[in-house]
Ligand binder design. Structure first.
Ligand code: 7TS
Length: 408
């Protein structure tokens, strides 16, 4: 991978912020977009724009082909069995809520169990709380080890024949750990439960094969993987999707509408009521082409190298605490500096053109488990370099000095 050629393709990276060259280390929140994605969206609006699945006119056919072409690209990217198992959504949050509201509310009842972990993003936690409240099912947590990982023994002990749903993130957006989804899915299936995978932080960074993982449902967001905001998808096993009722009703998702009854289209259309984000899907398709042109294994390798480099360099900063295990992590590092609030860390770094995230990262239960109210987080993507990490480390040393003097 030629990092300079990659960086050339991201126009936004070549600017100064607060008088310094931008160092963007917040891709876990949202990634930047390459020229090819920006151009695909622009080209769509300039040449092909029309509504989909409707008219017979040429632009309508082109827009439909572009939209359905993007669905086929997503299916192939995830190794889904067929494109109709890909439902376009606004992103991971909407996709997980669809599974919770449509599948889980119908499937769970009093005495049943839903199993998750304490490292889940709120998007893969609150929907299950709500299902548990509405159905009388019990929400159970696979405990975390001191380093934030889970063990298969604990998964075996928590998942029982009463479990109907196991929902877990593939990659933690705070700890950077990769969960053993394939093994947990096997335990879920042995107990008759479905496996729901939050792929928000895995899909951008590593090769994903939903069939090999044993995922019954898999959710992800386009904006974290070089695509536009407002588009993502839910993959589901065909027999499960076919049984599910839509949760949004209106145009485009129906077969026949009578005065008091209606029937639904087949999957995926019954879950895509209303005019979809066509340009977003086109942009997502272009993002997949872009990522595949570099290679997911190559991206994974680059980020692991950066994460290891950053872990070593950051560990040498006095007074830093890094959360999560040293090895087996993807390209993000969550930390705190002794005696400096993470928001102050992020503010000082921003004044030097370095963008990181500070806060609870939509993981309040995990923050509580870590015994902190907030942390700082630097996250890397294919366009980041060792120089970016060096800038971060220097920025942190200066932050410490600045606050050290302020306190002293
Ligand atoms: N699941 C995980 C693991 C995530 O990291 C995120 C977003 C979501 C779900 C929700 O994705 P959305 O696209 O529907 O919003 N995580 C982050 C983050 O870590 N910082 O900002 C957003």
């Amino acid at each position: 991978m030629n990092i300079h050629a990659v960086r050339e393709q991201f126009p936004i990276l070549h600017q100064e912020v607060n008088g310094h060259s931008l160092v963007y280390l917040d891709s876990a929140a949202s990634s930047q977009k390459p020229r090819s994605v920006i151009d695909a969206v622009k080209r769509y609006y300039e040449l092909d724009n029309a509504n989909v699945h409707r008219g017979v006119h040429t632009l309508g056919s082109r827009a439909t082909d572009a939209y359905e072409g993007a669905r086929a690209k997503v299916a192939s990217f995830l190794n889904a069995e067929t494109p109709e198992q890909i439902i376009f959504t606004r992103g991971t949050t909407t996709a997980l809520n669809l599974v919770a509201s449509s599948y889980a509310r119908e499937t769970c009842g009093e005495g049943d169990e839903i199993v998750i972990t304490q490292m889940e993003h709120h998007s893969n936690l609150i929907p299950w709380q709500q299902v548990a409240k509405a159905t009388g099912a019990t929400l159970k947590y696979i405990p975390l080890q001191p380093d934030g990982t889970i063990t298969l023994e604990d998964a075996e002990a928590t998942i029982t024949p009463k479990t109907k749903v196991v929902a877990m993130t593939y990659v933690s957006n705070v700890l950077g750990t990769v969960n053993p989804i394939k093994e947990v899915a096997a335990i879920a299936h042995r107990n008759g439960a479905v496996m729901v995978v939050d792929g928000a932080q895995s899909t951008p960074h590593k090769r994903v094969d939903v069939q090999e993982l044993g995922a019954d449902f898999y959710a992800f967001s386009g904006h974290k993987m070089c695509g536009p905001t407002g588009i993502g998808a839910l993959y589901g096993k065909k027999e499960l999707l076919n049984k599910m009722e839509p949760i949004e009703f209106g145009g485009e998702m129906i077969d026949f509408v009578e005065l008091y009854e209606s029937t639904w289209k087949e999957i995926p259309y019954r879950f895509e009521g209303g005019t979809p984000l066509i340009a977003g899907a086109v942009g997502l398709g272009a993002a997949i082409d872009f990522l595949e042109s570099i290679g997911m294994d190559e991206i994974d390798r680059h980020e692991r190298h950066l994460a290891a480099y950053a872990y070593d360099k950051l560990s040498a900063v006095e007074g830093i605490e890094i959360y999560g295990p040293k090895t087996g992590r993807v390209g993000l590092i969550t930390f705190n500096l002794e005696d400096v609030h993470p928001h102050d860390v992020a503010t000082v770094l921003d004044s030097k053109g370095i963008a990181i995230r500070a806060g609870h990262h939509c993981c309040q239960p995990l923050m509580r488990w870590l015994n902190v109210s907030a942390t700082a987080r630097a996250s890397f993507y294919l366009y980041n370099t060792e120089e970016d990490v060096d800038a971060l480390v220097n920025g942190l040393i200066q932050t410490k000095e600045f606050f050290g003097h302020a306190i002293g």
